[in-house]
Design a protein around this ligand. Structure first.
Ligand SMILES: [Zn+2]
Length: 241
């Protein structure tokens, strides 16, 4: 599964797999624009439901595809603001609304994220800041709980946005977690935590280390492979600038 289709409002019903929704108080009807590089933006009046947007995009799919093919060759694509964010680790599904504004703000409710930003770059920056905070709120307590459950003493947790590592453990007993873990299923997140916590006792990947991991997570081989393949599930906006 690609990150785009995972985030899309309409995974299987439409070939258009990534577009931004912008709410405009001045808009009277739904319109769609395809920017240079192939980025698709749907401009909607206030109060329009996701279902209406979905139906609109589906109706215009062939036009959008033609335009994307025309525009896509002019420049490298920029990550788009997704229509929704799915956090596999917690089962949360958040609709994303982006409003053009000179203000810079992001509000997150139980089922939606509302962004105010001047441009795409600003909106993506806000989403990345939010992701770090969201990861701290959701992952840090879970790690502390697991450490306690396994009888290990944890000295601290940091959350980072890294392209290459899911987590690490310092010789001083501090564990670092990648905020992109939010896009992984809970059992994979738990495995990564068991892995890093086991490094508190074994600062290497020796046999003794893997035995410790296996004691706490017998299915570790399968989960480790899932984690390695997991980068594919991280949406474009997390890293692509
Ligand atoms: Zn390791």
């Amino acid at each position: 599964m690609t990150s785009a289709s995972q985030l899309s409002l309409f995974d299987s019903s439409s070939p258009v797999d990534s577009f931004a929704v912008r709410v405009s108080p001045r808009a009277r009807r739904l319109t769609v624009r395809v920017h240079i590089g192939g980025r698709v933006e749907v401009v909607v009046p206030q109060g329009v439901t996701p279902n209406t947007v979905r139906a609109f995009v589906t109706r215009n799919t062939s036009w959008i595809d033609r335009k994307v093919a025309q525009m896509g060759c002019h420049a490298t694509p920029v990550a788009a603001i997704p229509a929704a964010i799915a956090l596999a680790s917690t089962g949360e599904h958040l609709q994303v609304q982006w409003r053009h504004s000179e203000r810079r703000s992001l509000r997150c409710g139980p089922s939606e994220i509302c962004i105010e930003a001047r441009d795409l770059h600003g909106a993506i920056g806000l989403m990345r800041e939010w992701l770090l905070i969201a990861a701290r709120e959701r992952l840090s307590p879970r790690l502390a709980e697991l450490a306690q459950e396994l009888g290990m003493s944890l000295k601290g947790v940091t959350i980072r946005r890294q392209r290459t590592r899911w987590g690490s453990c310092s010789s001083r007993g501090k564990i670092s977690l990648n905020c992109s873990l939010l896009f992984m299923p809970p059992e994979v997140v738990r495995y990564l935590m068991v892995h890093e916590l086991s490094h508190l006792q074994h600062m290497n990947h020796s046999e003794a280390f893997w035995r410790a991991v296996e004691r706490h997570e017998p299915n570790f081989r399968h989960l480790d492979r899932q984690l390695t393949a997991g980068w594919r599930s991280v949406p474009d906006w997390v890293f692509k600038s």
